[in-house]
Design a protein around this ligand. Structure first.
Ligand code: PLP
Length: 354
């Protein structure tokens, strides 16, 4: 499996309709735009290394103490730091098959083994999808396991653990093992198919870190802001490992303003959920098997290799994501765009896929 940077990241360049990177299609909050614009003339100053205002805003939003929050340049950077830190003396990273690729990259960088628990899939005739067995994951924890990480919901599979399964995972993970729950897409999942966040369920574990990002529902992917929540001693240790002055001042300002703009956030989530239904309905109408998704994307299956299909979409100006790095050679992930972008995608799909 290729883990070079070109295989792991980056949308195809020059696509008119860019549905390859799970970005929010409606743009950032106007308040965030004002705040980051206002921060630009101060670019000669270093940003606040402690991100005091942003961490306070997140803490208030999450009803936690400031010391229980650390911020990073996207949750991907925090995942790299957290996994690197926790595995600094060795031990395996354990996760589900086809989990978010950054976990694998982090394990590679840390020089530790990456252990995957098999999942179901692919979707066939819309039945199933990439189901995960939490019992199998908990059962796979052994004396070598240092850290367990789960994307909930998962990218690119869209699969999720429901409230009971998440509770089983948290309760079943030994107290000395670090547990990372990555909730990058939680705003698109809450209230659907039994999904619940760690916070909603009030789950506790002495070594649990919950990852969040401003890249998805907050529509600030280009600003690179994410955060981690957990017990203060653990968060403090991970924070001590990060690059200093990591989150740039305009990014900090944008995130603070975005947290305040619940109206924009809710409109983004509403529009994305409506779009997700539009994509899933459109694919179903075309008879294309796909996984019911709880993210801002849908993963569908094609006959044979995905690469020529992706090229055919690209010929029509539509960028979608191949999943070879996930060992999913016949799967394609499409991000939920604006209604117009979805129309463009479905129009192209009608010729490319049928
Ligand atoms: C499951 C998951 N976690 C984390 C991230 C990282 O997001 P960011 O680094 O932009 O915060 C992504 C991005 O696609 C993701 O899919």
């Amino acid at each position: 499996m290729s883990l070079d940077s070109a295989a792991a990241v980056g949308p195809p360049v020059g696509m008119e309709v860019r549905l390859s990177s799970n970005e929010a299609p409606f743009g950032p909050s106007p308040r965030a735009v004002s705040a980051m614009t206002a921060a630009v003339p101060e670019a000669h100053r270093y940003c606040d290394d402690q991100a005091t205002e942003l961490r306070a805003a997140i803490a208030a939003h999450e009803d936690r103490d400031v010391e229980e929050i650390a911020v990073g340049t996207g949750s991907a950077a925090l995942l790299m730091d957290a996994i690197g830190h926790e595995c600094r003396d060795g031990g395996d990273v354990l996760t589900f098959e086809r989990a978010f690729i950054v976990y694998r990259l982090a394990a590679r960088n840390a020089g530790v083994d990456y252990v995957e628990v098999a999942t179901g899939g692919p979707a066939v005739d819309d039945a199933g999808g990439y189901q995960r067995s939490v019992d199998a994951l908990v059962g796979a924890i052994d004396e070598h396991t240092r850290l367990v990480v789960v994307d909930n919901p998962g990218n690119p599979t869209g699969a999720h653990l429901d409230a009971d399964e998440l509770t089983t995972l948290v309760e079943g993970t030994p107290r000395h093992v670090t547990l990372v729950i990555d909730e990058a897409y939680h705003q698109f999942a809450v209230g659907h198919r039994g999904y619940a966040t760690v916070a909603e369920l009030g789950l506790e574990h002495p070594r649990m870190l919950v990852m969040r990002t401003f890249s998805k529902a907050h529509a600030l992917a280009g600003m690179r802001v994410g955060y981690v929540m957990g017990p203060r001693s653990l968060v403090g240790e991970v924070d001590a490992w990060r690059t200093r002055f990591n989150v740039a001042a305009p990014a900090q300002a944008a995130a603070v303003a975005s947290l305040d703009d619940t109206e924009h956030l809710e409109a983004t989530v509403r529009g994305t959920l409506a779009g997700r239904e539009q994509v899933e309905r459109g694919l179903a109408d075309l008879g294309v098997p796909h996984t019911p998704s709880l993210g801002n994307f849908v993963t569908f299956e094609v006959d044979g290799p995905a690469a020529p299909v992706i090229d055919a979409f690209a010929d029509q100006g539509v960028g979608v994501r191949g999943l070879l790095p996930y060992d999913m050679p016949s799967s394609i992930r499409v991000t939920v765009g604006t209604p117009d972008e979805i129309d463009r995608f479905l129009t192209a799909a009608a010729t490319v896929l049928v």
